[in-house]
Design a protein around this ligand. Sequence first.
Ligand code: WT7
Length: 639
Amino acid sequence: MNYPYQIQTFEAYKAQYQKSIENPQDFWRQIAEHFTWQRKWDTVLEWNFKEPKVEWFKGALVNITENCLDRHLDTKANEAAIIWEPNDPKEAHRIITYKELHFRVQQFANVLLNNGVKKGDRVCIYMGMVPELAIATLACARIGAIHSVIFGGFSAQAIADRIQDADARFVVTCDGACRGAKEIALKSVIDEALQSENNVKHVFVLERTKTPVKMQNNRDLWWADEIKKVEQMGNPVVPPVAMGAEDILFILYTSGSTGKPKGVVHTTAGYMVWANYTFVNVFQYQPGQIHFCTADIGWITGHSYIIYGPLSAGATTVMFEGIPTWPDAGRFWDIIHKYKVDIFYTAPTAIRSLMSFGLEPMDSKDLSSLKVLGTVGEPINEEAWHWYDEHIGNKNCPIVDTWWQTETGGAMISNLAGVTPSKPSYATLPLPGIQPCLIDENGKEIHGNGVSGNLCIKYPWPGIIRSTYNDHERCRQTYFSTYEHLYFTGDGCLRDADGMYRITGRVDDVLNVSGHRIGTAEVENAINMHPSVIESAVVGYPHEIKGQGIFAYIILDQEFDNQSSLIQEILKTVSTVIGPIAKPDQLLFVPGLPKTRSGKIMRRILRKIAEGDTNNLGDTSTLLDPSLVDILIEKKKLH
Ligand code: WT7
């Protein structure tokens, strides 16, 4: 497979970009011609951002798995689709060819069909990074079931909320997951989650860790037993079901500025085209190359750049079960060496964490196969960028800094590896089809270069969020109502003298902790569930490794002698309600919170105090009790 739409020079980028803006429909129609359709579209795009309504390739029928699997069988049947590296390097790795993946996806699709899964049913997938996670995801897409993958680090309660919100009818899980030296008992977390109200008919359980599990009669089914039944039926063929272009492919929950995570909805045709187009262009993938994205499939990065982007392009994608620091901090470099990885895509937080181990973990690791490096998830600081460039890329690999979001489906602002210019800590230029603009505090567009403002997008692209599941109004409110006729990203952004974009971070109450998106309101809700907590306020502060750390100001209902055990309890509460990723790094017990007369917490002040930047607190005269500020500063000093 080659990619006629792969941009190969900076000149070509400029020409393609121009074309994509002048005639977007014609531009995307031509790209869409390179996919396999069961029926072609009637219209390329119908849209308005008011409702919002965005329909790409309306009237078309298509199945993304036909594009990820079937269409490669003539030429790539025996090439590796997935290389799976286990948590424990002593365990055997697995190579799954396109032919085998095609077979296994149908097998599991049969399991789903045998157990009553229908097109449109929501299937919640809560597994570790095993090949069966990709297989289950693709099997859903094969039969038109909507997958909702939940990251293995979320707690029972967080899962229960997501199962309820999506009204999931089925769950796919593992007995346990291996992460470094730890074993996480996934099935028991699901059991706990399913004690809340739900309409789940079956839980499919893959054996991975042999962690003891309780199987509930009639509800719980072993993956292997169900596969055996399919084998006894003679492994019937499961044709790729005809999906309407705008039928939902998946839901993925993400945090916003309210307490309740929202189910971002992506649909079939547009997402497919966007994941593929961005994969091929940003990473400049060449046939035969090995692509290693270190994300978890529980996040959008894994959806788009482990599964759908690479597989739709007939690429070889590496899936790693473990963590970068186990058994030692050289694990990523081992994997690159072992499989001669060409493209390596990770998060700045991982780079910073690995930097702290020095250069020894790279000793005797051959990284010379690398051609392209990438980062995603948060702004990359220059120091980390240069370390990555020098020590991993040997100053020989372009680094793509890809800015995008769960809601955008794929990379939006990024250099194209080796094709368009890069600049440390800049995401650089928009991809074709993307029309970024900066908006000032009065809602007016800021033109020209050397300016900054709130980042918005003017025109739909194929991978844009279509809705928030079951609550379209929330989608409108969150993304399309702040500024008329614009998609609002929630990010602040600078455009330099050369027109290059640099993302400066969230401007809403969303934190980015180790590349994970966490809403301050969610953490506050969790903290407030502790019986001794009256009120809390959570802000982010700069953290050397995580990018942002979580700082919680907490008002208790009484004085406590043993504060350290109380801290442990509160942290445990947060772990139970959301998951360990949302645990505050610092807790400060305070007598009050700085509020305006209208009762609004002044987070700006809390952020400054958390950062230790107290000379520059700005105007505090509108506070109900300005003297509180000095008390908080004092408490923080003693902390
Ligand atoms: C937020 C989206 C996209 C997959 C991973 C995160 C921040 C993402 C960059 C980047 C600066 C970035 C933004 C964005 N972000 N990539 N290259 N440079 N910031 O997806 O969980 O939906 O988070 O991550 O703040 O809004 P997500």
